[in-house]
Write a protein that binds this ligand. Structure first.
Ligand SMILES: [Zn+2]
Length: 167
């Protein structure tokens, strides 16, 4: 079945453990912290959630299918590069264009707010869209669970696509 709607929405969600000795990457921007995401790639939780949201809206698979975790070539790979690859190899050939993306990153520390503009700019450049089409919000997790206690970082993203138009 083909989606013939004018709009299509996608949702992405990811969580990574935070461990010492790793870089803390969000949307391709490195945060100042002495810990970061554990993972096969660079672990950029926001890039992974955005990628899954975009892929879900287009309906062409998910991050695990495109970049299998057992593939040695994606070891420590930049997730922002994975996002760019996805856009230039699949999205540009599809009838869908990104209307907007909204996202929430939850981690106990550091605060996302000082990095928001840089993260939005980085993701917009990778996706080839205007900065006004992507928004990033930070939440602390309120001390609850692994996220609130600083053991993990979680990201959720939604992507609205519209048919036609230009990038
Ligand atoms: Zn991930």
């Amino acid at each position: 079945m083909i989606n013939t709607s004018k709009y299509s929405i996608g949702l992405g969600r990811d969580i990574h453990a935070l461990v010492p000795g790793r870089r803390f990457m969000l949307g391709g921007v490195q945060l100042e912290a002495d810990f970061g995401e554990d993972g096969h790639s660079d672990g950029d939780v926001l890039c992974h959630a955005v990628l899954d949201a975009v892929m879900g809206a287009v309906g062409i698979g998910d991050i695990g299918e495109l970049f299998p975790p057992d593939d040695p070539s994606s070891k420590d790979e930049s997730s922002l590069e994975m996002l760019k690859l996805c856009v230039y190899t699949t999205l540009k050939l599809s009838p869908w264009r990104i209307a907007n993306i909204d996202s929430v990153v939850s981690c106990a520390a550091p605060s996302i707010l000082p990095y928001r503009k840089a993260i939005q700019k980085s993701l917009a450049e990778a996706l080839g869209i205007q900065e006004t089409k992507i928004f990033v919000k930070g939440k602390s997790g309120n001390g609850i669970g692994d996220v609130g206690q600083g053991k993990a970082v979680e990201a959720i993203a939604v992507c609205l696509m519209e048919r036609g138009g230009s990038w």
